[in-house]
Write a protein that binds this ligand. Sequence first.
Ligand code: NAD
Length: 638
Amino acid sequence: MSDIHIRIEGVAGRITLTRESALNALTYEMCLAIEDALDDWSKNADIRLLILDAVGDKAFCAGGDIAELYASGKRGDYAYGQQFWRDEYRMNAKLFEFPKPVVSFMQGFTMGGGVGFGCHASHRILCDTSQISMPEVGIGLVPDVGGSLVLAQSPGRLGEYLATTGARMSAGDAILAGFADYFIPQDRWPTLSRGLAETGDLALIEAQHETPPSGPIGAQRAEIDRHFDGETLIDIANSLRADPGEFAVKTLKTLSRNAPLSMACAVEIIHRTRGHSDIRRALALEYRFTHRAMEHGDFIEGIRAAIIDKTRDPVWKHTIDTLPAVAVSNMLLPLGKDALTFEKKDKIMQIGFIGLGNMGGPMAANLAAAGHAVTGFDTAGVTIAGVTNAASAATAATGRDVVITMLPNGAILRAVAADILPAMTKGATHIDCSTVDVDSARAVAQDADSMGVLCVDAPVSGGTGGASNGTLTFMAGGSDAAFAKAAPLFDIMGQKAVHCGASGAGQSAKICNNMILGVTMIATCEAFALADKLGLSREKMFDVVSTSSGYSWTMNAYCPAPGVGPQSPADNDYKPGFAAELMLKDLRLSQQAAQSVDADTPMGQNATELYETFVEQEDGTGMDFSAMLPRFEKRSRK
Ligand code: NAD
């Protein structure tokens, strides 16, 4: 990855941030890459220590990359941010708990997310350009990434002061506050890091350490401790208001710019964390706030004013004086099932989704609800909750980890694939969930392969109900690597995924399944029509067959008789869940496939002819495929 350089040198695992143009701000991908390296190196006996540093003079790391967080939050997609923070905090905990020495070299700015990367090291080195701060309250967050633990352990009330003002610490102040350990002039860093990588000898650091110039914050310790001693934010504000001195006036002015809810919660988090040394406990408490920050806090407004519009005029939800205590409690309530767990879950993927119809729409919505960043395109201009609309299929596919297509037929799939495959990144994955002919599936897979894109044909079973409820079955064809990439997404959209074989195997399985489905639906409908004429009630018919040897999915789960069995399209005037013309399409595909391999499929052929007549000569177009029942009802034996 171009933003980060991860390698082994001598006895050291080295991570260098190389995103200098963005002051080395951490992207989500960088956090995941750091975590992967930590996982590897903790078990690698050849590595004796870690060295963390960054290129450029201006900043070691100016925080987390908040542009995507803002964009997703603005469109009401809070799951992306929640997963970003969960995954970032897990990385912070792994750094803090790393079982070998970790040395960090922090020049220039180290802010917010940068503290979570550099200040949990065991040997933290600063120089005269170093400036460390936790300025989150200025954008409607709280000091996070485990920073609250460092703040809670700072001497006196420095933690409350630094958290609510976001003040920048010089090297002397940062060492005093517990954010760093050593002061070593920067021109000695290259030799020192080389020596550490060659020998692993930490005494080299001690030998270079100098006493840093004392900082201005340390000089104000007495006033800080006196004013920031209160229980709550309003106590702190009142203490400052009662003091006409320069420090109090200036500090009050700073507090007046920051988000009151964030400052009050930061004070509360520090109070609850003081006396503890467990990073996971601190991160879990911070996460209670960040999980809610977009929906219930000031985060979106804070970013807008500071970063997007740069107007610096945020309209916070509360003022210091009107902030109710219950607002603080509500932000810090336990999260129940959403609590931070530190398990490594699936990473957030950038997904393109093309074809947002009856099936594709709910499938895309489920992926977005699970926290993935989904960009969709449909020629009908459909809008789906949580999914960002793109102007074309190629735009939806550009730069995505995975592109999913859910289209009406093979011809459309081939046309769309010709647009999207050239736009996709090498190594990305195309998953086609449409039901199409085996030849189209194989042709698209071949094109994908020639462009370095992994490809899975993964048609589904389970209908629109399964698409909405995330209970589809996927039948997949493609390489092991492609299936492995797609599997976490199948888990979200479905209950089961079967890897049926090489490219085209998914469509083969689907075609066979749907041939059974078409035949069975016809058998179920003609049996109901016969039962009617024999004077048997439909309820009794259902009661018997659904628990006898004639049972089937079409009877038990998708009963074609209105008012009988579970809800189905029959109860909705046969408006399609699965349209008769789509069934005809699948049956034709089965017969085309049967012909190509010389298989004898008389029932499949008969079912194809019946649906052909129904759709093309009768009133089947636009009806659900179970509308065969009213068709048989009207007819007599010829
Ligand atoms: P649908 O007609 O509701 O959705 C297809 C969508 O694709 C439409 O919204 C259409 O506007 C869009 N589309 C067409 N051409 C496009 C293009 N060039 N670019 C972008 N979008 C385009 O159909 P559906 O019911 O969602 O079925 C989709 C696929 O899933 C079909 O292959 C079908 O056989 C299969 N399938 C459907 C069901 C079901 O119960 N509906 C069940 C299993 C499988």
